[in-house]
Write a protein that binds this ligand. Structure first.
Ligand code: TRP
Ligand code: SF4
Length: 365
């Protein structure tokens, strides 16, 4: 049972089996109006892994369950196009699968709103309008832009869309007048740019937009099975959907303390990625027992990893059950996203009406 307390995503009520009727939803909507709005998004580039779960998703869930926030989480499929424009065949399936990962992790459609960026056309309109007031120099000096362009040399990222990525992101965020944007450190420059764009809009036209705060959470630094940062592109990730023998094989292949070559060598748990995972998935007694056993070479890495594999399998059980549920009920996923699209669309429409008025670009006669 110890594992329960250590995986924040599991502290969550069981799946809503029946979707709530309109009548039950009304009070939730009213309460929502008084809460601070949170917005974040992810590009649908494939399956989410344990790094995503203990990083972004656990933060999203904590904000959702905090009680003071109205959370909007969306699939940034237009953003996925900025780098994957030449291979779009999987974007749609990835979008649905990503929402399944979100819901399996414990995000809850009764508490939060989930939507798909490309269904809310106002994002494109606000992007155009913001692009008019965004100085090129702000985009060209963006460190994420420079880094990604250098890293992804196999893709031609010298496109207008890729340069404009943060402008679209600014549109996503200020559309919902978000108070807070939960992101990882890599996204801080984008949120900073959003703040500058919002200030510029407010200065030039009308004070419409609150200046959003980036919300950084402390996240455990989890490495992939090869000891590098866990990432889909490094092919070293343990996916949220991995289970059974696949999961076991990955855990057994994990990189440990590099100085521990033989079982008789004493290990250094504080430098071992397997130990870090024990901290998240194993009972506190187990974690306390493993550290000295590793240091005195009383436990071997194989046994240590087998225990970890079992702990992860147990800790992920609820998530896997939810995943199975949604895989066999695609109509529920569709309804959840449709509901979210409607809710997000209402806000987006209201914001755009204000923006057009402020910029004198509406012609409703
Ligand atoms: N750029 C973000 C990422 O790659 C995704 C994103 C798009 C986003 N729009 C956003 C995140 C708005 C937060 C808010 O992770
Ligand atoms: Fe890591 Fe466990 Fe091996 Fe120690 S015994 S080095 S904690 S895998």
């Amino acid at each position: 049972m110890g594992a329960f307390l250590y995986v924040p995503c599991l502290i969550h009520p069981p799946l809503p089996t029946k979707r709530m009727g309109r009548k039950q939803q009304a009070p939730v909507q009213e309460v929502r109006l008084m809460k601070k709005r949170i917005l974040s998004g992810m590009r649908p580039t494939g399956k989410l892994h344990l790094g995503n779960l203990h990083g972004a998703l656990s933060n999203w869930i904590a904000l959702q369950d905090h009680g003071d926030y109205d959370c909007f989480y969306f699939v940034a499929d237009w953003h996925a196009l900025t780098s994957d424009y030449a291979g779009t065949s999987e974007i749609r399936a990835n979008a649905i699968d990503m929402v399944i990962d979100w819901l399996s992790a414990g995000l809850d459609p009764i508490k939060s709103t989930f939507f798909i960026q490309s269904t809310i056309k106002e994002h494109a309109e606000l992007f155009v309008l913001l692009s008019m007031i965004t100085p090129l120099a702000w985009l060209e000096r963006n460190p994420t832009y420079k880094e990604m362009k250098e890293e992804l040399i196999q893709k031609d990222l010298s496109t207008f869309g890729f340069l404009g990525y943060p402008v679209l992101q600014a549109a996503d965020i200020i559309m919902y007048k978000a108070y807070g944007v939960p992101v990882g450190v890599d996204q801080l420059p984008h949120v900073e740019l959003t703040r500058e764009i919002a200030r510029r809009f407010n200065f030039l036209y009308a004070d419409i937009f609150p200046i959003p705060e980036p919300l950084l959470a402390e996240v455990p630094k989890l490495l992939g099975i090869d000891g590098r940062k866990m990432s889909k592109s490094y092919d070293n990730a343990i996916f949220m959907s991995d289970r059974g023998d696949d999961l076991k094989k990955k855990v057994v292949a994990m990189f440990t303390d590099p100085q521990r070559q033989r079982k008789s060598d004493p290990g250094r748990p504080e430098l071992c990625n397997v130990y870090k995972f024990h901290g998240l998935y194993s009972a506190p007694e187990t974690v306390a027992e493993i550290a000295p056993a590793c240091r005195s070479a009383a436990i071997g890495c194989i046994e240590c990893k087998q225990r970890l594999a079992a702990a992860i399998a147990e800790g992920m059980q609820t998530i896997h059950q939810r995943r199975d549920h949604f895989l066999s009920h695609p109509e529920e996923i569709r309804a959840i996203i449709e509901d979210g699209n409607v809710r997000a669309g209402q806000i987006a429409k209201a914001t755009l009406a204000e923006v057009r008025e402020a910029m004198k670009i509406s012609h409703e006669l």
